[in-house]
Structures are given as structure tokens and as C-alpha cells.
Design a protein around this ligand. Sequence first.
Ligand code: SAH
Ligand code: SF4
Ligand code: F3S
Length: 477
Amino acid sequence: MADRKIIHITREQMAEQLHYAAMVSAMGNRPTSYHVVTYGCQMNAHDSEKLSGMLRDMGMTEAADRTEADFVIFNTCCVRDNAERRALGNVTWLKEVRKKNPRLIIAVCGCMIQQPGMAEKILKQYRFVDLAFGTSNLYKLPELLYRTLSSDRAVVVVEDEDTIAEELPIKRLRKDAAYITIMYGCNNFCSYCIVPYVRGRERSREMEAILREARELKASGVKEIMLLGQNVNSYGKGLEGHVTFAGLLRALDEIGIERIRFMTSHPKDLSDELIEVMGSSRHILPQFHLPVQHGNDEILRRMNRHYTRAQYLDKVRKLRQAVPGIGLTTDIIVGFPGETEEQFQDTLSIVREVGYDSAFTFIYSPRTGTVAAGMPDQVAEDVATDRIQRLIAVQEESQRKAMSRFIGMEEEVLVEGLSRRSSSEVSGHGRHGVSITLPGTESDIGSIIRVRVTAMKNNTLVGERIDEPEESICVKS
Ligand code: SAH
Ligand code: SF4
Ligand code: F3S
């Protein structure tokens, strides 16, 4: 498995797809509108932006709702069982919609499709699916759609390959903030996780391609970029020369985009060099998503995480030293096979000890083919449910304490939209990653606004605007 080849999709192969796109555009039976339904992580959200870009370039318009589209693509996730069930439930529902719109074409793609045996299952059990393709085939959408429109049979193409395709069209969701994928896949094989099986081996994009994309985004007025990868810290492995994530960040910092964020980082690969760059850069935001997963060494070992509780806490200490006030967030799993009450207590205590600004908490979900799925002593559902409730309570309390450090502080908010509570309020994220609500109107969306934090309501901070001339806005907190 380790010596799988990375396949760089060539210019000629991309040109071939453009040729298919032109053929689809000219077909009388082609869909005129599309809708992409996205599940899962930011990787999938960004893949959906690429799918939309290709469909736009084939002359289709985006329908606001899936029931109004001629072509619906489900970009699926399978990281936990509930993600998978939700996707399949919705695909089945579309079968009914098709009765009303016989032109409707249904496609399913993403991580769920890439699981072993899934292609056969789609063909047998989900006969109303017209097109299914895996994560490594995404760039082939024009060709696959051409084949679907030219035949009465379902087109199902799943290749287990480690591809990198550059220059795909992208229809971005936002104008002010953008995703940039810097690496694909994962080599870590945490024992509970399906991602390495469905996203392939780790591979990094050339640094120059990333910098070019960032420069173009800056020129188009983007204020924030989010670098994406399953383990951004190990960016650069396999590239020529000594290329590191810290080096990439340094080069991106020079470009001058106001805000740079990234996710996700693996604690074992969080280097001192990266911590140093975090402390000395101008544009990298003072926030860090550092999934701990568990607080007990024995469980961390069986999870194949390659760090101990003490090592994790040491990285947190160094990060806080280099970037005082840094916003820390995490992912946590409860109910991993064999987890005892005592071991679970270690998770509660690490949450209290670190004081995260937020935490994504999950009940362990066995994934076929992973090592943990075969481990003895799977934890009963009621025990796991009880644990996650207790964990959430501890996290909420510790979050309130952690977030109180912002009261009275100045922050800069990139306004994302109107607040749900009131039409005279807008909300967005501060530099530390915490959500902030402030007085404002629709015209503020996409602007960076300085506020003083005055209060905390639920998990959101409330701020008041600090009026000052635009040119004096500083970018370093
Ligand atoms: N590459 C990222 C995470 C990808 S999946 C990282 O390592 O941080 C996002 C989160 O889902 C993981 O951090 C983990 O907490 C959770 N997760 C993954 N597999 C899971 C499983 N089988 N059951 C429950 N949670 C899981
Ligand atoms: Fe999954 Fe672990 Fe890879 Fe994250 S680092 S994607 S949890 S295998
Ligand atoms: Fe889900 Fe795939 Fe992301 S399994 S979490 S969409 S990498």
C-alpha cells in the first residue's frame, strides 16, 4: 500500500475533459439546472465547489432547491454511520421526485462511494441512481455525464487511485473567503477512521500551484483563505526539496491575504517550526484546531495516534506561549472499544485542563474495514450516550470559562451573514475563531469590522463596533 503511485492528471487529460464538457453542452437531453447536496467535512464542501464549477462551465445553472433541479449530485460522507444513513435516506427520497420530473438525473459521489463493495451495492440496491463516482474520479465529471446521457444504463466508476488534478473550474460559495486544498488523502490510519481508505494515500500539491491560487484569490478580493487537508502538518512529504507546512505558511503570509486559517492538524506532526511561524507571521490567524480524540494514553495508543496525553499538553503549552490567547478547538471520540469509565474520566480532565473554545464530540462509530471495528469490548450504546452527554456538559462549562477571556477585548470580525436572531445584527468569526454577533446590515457582509466584545450569549460573543477610519485597521492582534 505504501508504494502506491501518485497520479498527476496531465494537461492532455484535462483538455480531454474540456472536450467532453463541450459535447455535453451541445446535447439536447442534457440537464439545464443542477443542485449539489454536500455532506461531511470542508474537503467535501470544496469538492462540491469544483463539481459546481464544472457544471456551470457545461452551461447549467444552479437550482436553489434539489426539487427544482434536473441534475442532483449527492456528495457523500461515511466517517460515521449517521452521516452515511442520512445521505442514503435522501437519495431514496429523490426516487419519488423523479416520478414528477422524468428528466431528473441522480448522481452519488464522494467518500461513501469509495468504500469497498459500494459500486456493486449501488448497481443492485439503488437502481434509480444514474451515475456514481468516487473521490479520485471527480475531475472526470464531464466525461461521466456524457456517458450517462448517452446510455440507458447506470454509469458507476470507482477507481482506487491517488490523483491530483490541477486547474479544475471552481464555483466558490463565498466571495470574501475561499478554500484551498494543499494536500489530499491520509497515511495515518487511526484505528477507528475510514478516511485513509476512501481518500487514498497522502499527497501534496506543488507549492507553486498553491501560491498561484492564493495570489489569484487575493487579486479577486478574497480576505480569508482556509487551507485544507486531512493532516496539513505533514504537507510537503514526497515533494522535491525540503518543503514543509511551516515553509508554505511563510510563503503564503508574504502574499498579504488578510486572514489565513488551516485544518486539520495532527498533534504528532505539529513541529516547533510551525509553532514559531504561528508566532511570527502577520496574517495567520491565532487559532488552532488540534484534535485530541482522547485523554487516556492506553486509548490513544490503541487509536494509533502516536502521541501521549503529556506530549499533546506540551504542544498546547508551546502554542499558547508562542501565540498568547490562541483559540484552541478539538475533536473528541467517546465510547472507543474497551473504553472504561476511568479512561473516559481522563478525557473529561483533559478538556478541563486545556479549556477549548469549542469541541466536536462524537460517539465512536464502527467502520467496516478499520482495525477498531474488529476490537473486542465494543461499548454499549447507552453507556456511550451517557458519556457524551457528560462530556458535552463539561465542555460547555470549560468553554464558557475559556471564552470569557474575550470580554472587553478588541476583535476583528469577517462578517458572514445576517444573524439568525435579528435583522439589525450580523455575525461572523473573530481572528481567534469564535463566532461574534454585532450590530449591522446586509451591506456589511464580506467586510472585516472591528468590535469590542461586550458579552457572551450561549456559545457566541456579542460585540459593539469600534468606529475608526478604514486605513487604520490593523491585521495583527
Ligand atoms: N483528519 C482529521 C479528521 C477527519 S474526520 C483529523 O485527523 O483531525 C473528523 C473527526 O471525526 C475526527 O477527528 C474524529 O474525531 C471523528 N471520527 C473519525 N472517525 C470516527 C469514527 N469511526 N467514529 C466516531 N468519530 C470518528
Ligand atoms: Fe482519520 Fe486519523 Fe487520518 Fe484524521 S489523521 S483522517 S482521524 S486516519
Ligand atoms: Fe466524511 Fe470524507 Fe470528509 S468521510 S469527513 S467527507 S473526508
